[in-house]
Design a protein around this ligand. Structure first.
Ligand code: HEM
Length: 237
């Protein structure tokens, strides 16, 4: 994106080390991290098939080793991309005069969504992964997350998930286009325009998976709460 919309200023950095850092941060964003994110959202869609299916798809692992490996594969590229992204976040100047308004808006949205994604992922990783594992001694349970999604008892959970996943979907969908440009997969103006459709479709698919999964958790939570209320209201024998 920097080539056609706004300057990141990162061209100031020179030399093989700077080139390697730039390439690595960009590569990690799509190949492990983007693919992992799409797969994670797809797995979460199992919430539409109920608690057992969701736990089998998302939180059950064949062994503690497989679980640890999965966590490293997800977190290491995220951490490296975040360090790369934070450095680039502040190295830019909008270029509305020279480049298209639309392109500049996308450039700024990519950075704003990065900040939202950072805050969302910090909360999500802590609440859905670190807290249950470290303080409760087990993985996240469907009942807990589904009830929380429905009741938002511990904070604005539903709205945070809806907005957080909107940010992730935009950031990854739009990032695919700048990534393809950066790696020379699309060069001409026409190719970039055509790729725009791949980018928009990816954004919509990621958003549909995210919100579909949230809907599954929300309705699952609604059922659990209704059952609990019915059980509490039933006369004791
Ligand atoms: C699920 C997590 C994330 C995914 C899948 C992801 C994916 C991507 C992708 C595909 C790109 C485009 C790369 C390129 O143009 O070469 C990108 C760019 C960027 N990412 Fe992320 N990202 C994630 C999280 C974050 C976080 C937490 C930050 C930290 C603030 C961040 C900051 C940035 C920035 C600033 C850019 C724009 C770089 C530029 O255009 O110069 N990203 N991201």
């Amino acid at each position: 994106m920097s080539a056609t919309t706004a300057s990141t200023g990162t061209t100031m950095e020179k030399g093989p080390a700077a080139f390697f850092k730039t390439r690595l941060g960009s590569f990690l964003a799509v190949v492990p991290l983007g693919l992992w994110t799409a797969n994670h959202l797809w797995n979460n869609l199992a919430s539409l098939r109920g608690g057992a299916a969701w736990e089998a798809a998302v939180t059950h692992h064949s062994s503690p080793f497989a679980e640890a490996l999965g966590a490293i594969i997800a977190l290491a590229p995220l951490l490296l991309h975040t360090v790369w992204g934070l450095a680039r976040l502040f190295m830019w100047r909008p270029n509305v005069g020279s480049y298209s308004y639309y392109g500049n808006v996308k450039f700024i949205l990519q950075r704003l969504s990065a900040v939202g994604v950072l805050l969302f992922l910090a909360a999500h990783i802590y609440l859905a992964w670190i807290k249950p594992h470290v303080f409760e001694g087990h993985g996240e349970e469907f009942e807990d997350i589904a009830k929380e999604m429905f009741t938002s008892a511990d904070g604005p959970t539903l709205i945070v998930y809806l907005l957080g996943t909107l940010g992730v979907s935009y950031h990854l969908g739009n990032g695919l286009q700048t990534w393809a440009m950066g790696w020379g997969l699309v060069g001409s103006r026409e190719a970039v325009k055509k790729f725009e459709w791949i980018s928009i479709t990816s954004f919509l698919l990621l958003l549909a998976m995210s919100w579909g999964a949230i809907y599954g958790l929300y309705t699952g939570g609604r059922e659990i709460v209704a059952k609990e209320k019915a059980a509490a209201a039933a006369p004791a024998h």
